[in-house]
Ligand binder design. Structure first.
Ligand SMILES: Cc1cc2nc3c(=O)[nH]c(=O)nc-3n(C[C@H](O)[C@H](O)[C@H](O)COP(=O)(O)OP(=O)(O)OC[C@H]3O[C@@H](n4cnc5c(N)ncnc54)[C@H](O)[C@@H]3O)c2cc1C
Length: 504
């Protein structure tokens, strides 16, 4: 007899995105089942960069410090031609980013995944099955049933909702017959991670895209003691040959003393720009690489998937407790897809600068880019599910909470909506009404905190600048600013948003 169990959410795939979703869901009291076909974290080279916004999201699930311990801050990102002239560059502003983390954190993805799994092991609400493959998924009005195959046989698990976090080749996406929109990029590259000689923490301060038509190459920082190179392959190149140690060392010889380093791992990838046409079908959703894939030149694939998980988790919890209608889950794609598409187009744009193998075309590119300053693409702003401008759709700067200890506000309030008021002594009735209407939300004040409001310290001044003209701002649980304005207006619009109504 197949075993039958009941969960709130069944997550297919325990990559970084499934793990973050599971950890957030557990914090919100959801009963979670995670099914992962492999028994170990993925060992081949993948993400090396996490941005300052996603570090804050990882802090919600308690792994930001693990990432910091296994990362080094990047001092810049340069696109250079064969003569090492800078075609385009981006350097982080001095100091920490507004979230309180370094702007670009060069890290080691398996360390992140191991830290996430360690956190999940501490969550009694999460049942993780490793070495278990989802081979079937069906849904009806009552819920989702997944068929799970293990060495020991087959099981059917039931959940109210299922989320495909099962990566680029997503079984769930195929089972739902959802196709991908191709944004038009396909380039094979061989990727190699090396361990640096003992005592050498990092090889350079900046990451480099060498736009040499003879051999387009990426050289990026990875975690401490590691470095990553990526080499564009040509049509007809033998992929197996490309990962042979002798062949890799020959490529690396221009960059490093190959006798001093250790080849850690390598793989050939075909970089794409693809976005799933639908991210939700009834009770089943797709996020992370299952919903979108992008070339790595912007370092944003994993970051985007973590943003998806943080956009989705509180909405699933709200649906489960009946606070919002199931159709509210459509806001995940509505809000996330334009952001991901913008990032993917930028990643493709960067890829097109690097992936030029034709000498004449490369010379023309160099001439054009050296003649005028080419701006580095900026991160798109979230435009859906937020109120107009004044910082809406951007990550909220992170204040500290003053008290017996000085702590990040996120460490105290966690993954919940946060209303920040400039002056806690003003609009007391509206603030009280807001708290009564949205008991899961927290309130912090930059001045005159009172009545259970958190006293916020805005050392960097970012929040004060945002609140110079408005009395309050509201951040969603994922710390995307919903809007700024009067407390009464924010309460009104937030209620409309939760009801799925069109925002002003
Ligand atoms: C060379 C390279 C460089 C990159 N650099 C960056 C970077 O610098 N920054 C960045 O943000 N991103 C980067 N990325 C992208 C990043 O690695 C991915 O976006 C990220 O790993 C996706 O996470 P995920 O959890 O969605 O999917 P995955 O990590 O692929 O996890 C999916 C999981 O689902 C499991 N699974 C699949 N099918 C089933 C099934 N039927 N049943 C059960 N389990 C299943 C798989 O075993 C896997 O563990 C890079 C990628 C590459 C290839």
């Amino acid at each position: 007899m197949p075993q039958r169990r009941q969960y709130d959410v069944l997550i297919v795939g325990l990559g970084p995105v499934g793990a973050v979703l599971a950890a957030l869901g557990a914090q919100l009291g959801l009963r979670i089942r995670v099914v992962e076909k492999d028994t170990e974290v993925y060992r081949l080279p993948r993400a090396v960069q996490i941005d300052y916004e996603v570090m804050r999201l990882l802090n919600f699930v308690g792994v930001a410090d693990d990432v910091l311990a296994n990362s080094c801050a990047s001092a810049g990102y340069e696109f250079v031609n064969r003569d090492r002239e800078i075609l385009m560059s981006r350097y982080p502003p001095p100091g920490l980013a507004p979230t309180g983390y370094p702007w670009a954190n060069m890290f080691h993805q398996p360390s992140l995944e191991a830290a996430l799994r360690a956190r999940l092991a501490e969550c009694p609400e999460v049942e993780v099955s490793l070495g278990a493959t989802v081979t079937g998924v069906e849904q009806d009005d009552a819920g989702v049933t997944a068929v799970i195959e293990t060495e020991d046989g087959s099981e059917r698990a039931e959940a109210a909702y299922a989320v495909g976090c099962d990566g680029a080749r997503s079984f769930v996406r195929r089972a739902l017959d959802i196709d991908m929109v191709d944004l038009g990029f396909e380039e094979p590259w061989v990727v190699v991670d090396v361990k640096l000689p003992p005592g050498m923490r990092q090889l350079s301060e900046v990451s480099v895209q060498l736009c040499d038509p003879g051999q387009p190459t990426t050289s990026v920082l990875s975690g401490p003691g590691r470095h990553r190179w990526e080499f564009m392959l040509r049509p007809g190149d033998d992929y197996a040959e490309a990962t042979r140690p002798e062949v890799l060392k020959a490529r690396l010889a221009d960059w490093v003393d190959t006798d001093a380093i250790e080849l850690e791992r390598s793989a050939v990838y075909e970089f794409h720009g693809l976005i799933a046409r639908r991210w939700r079908s009834g009770r089943i959703l797709l996020i992370g690489d299952a919903a979108h894939q992008m070339p790595p030149f912007f370092g944003q694939g994993l970051c985007s998937g973590v943003r998806d998980a943080c956009n989705l988790a509180w909405k699933l919890a709200a649906v489960m407790r009946g606070a919002v209608a199931p159709a509210f889950l459509d806001t995940v794609q509505a809000e996330r897809e334009p952001h991901v598409a913008g990032i993917t187009r930028s990643a493709i744009e960067l890829g097109r600068i690097v992936c030029v193998a034709d000498e004449t075309e490369a010379a023309e590119r160099d001439r054009r880019m050296l003649a005028g300053r080419t701006p580095f693409p900026s991160m798109p702003v979230i435009t859906e599910g937020v109120l107009g401008d004044r910082g809406a759709g951007r990550p909220m700067p992170e204040p500290m909470v003053t008290g017996t200890r000085r702590e990040r506000v996120d460490d105290i309030v966690g993954y919940v909506p946060l209303l920040v008021v400039a002056d806690g002594g003003r609009d007391a009735a509206a603030i009280q009404a807001f708290r009564a209407a949205f008991p899961d939300a927290r309130v912090g004040a930059l001045e005159h905190a009172r009545d259970g409001q958190l006293a916020l310290e805005d050392e960097s001044g970012h929040l004060r600048r945002m609140l110079a003209e408005e009395p309050a701002l509201l951040a969603k649980p994922d710390r995307i600013v919903f809007g700024a304005g009067s407390v009464a207006m924010l309460a009104w619009e937030w209620a409309d948003y939760l009801r799925g109504e069109t925002l002003a």
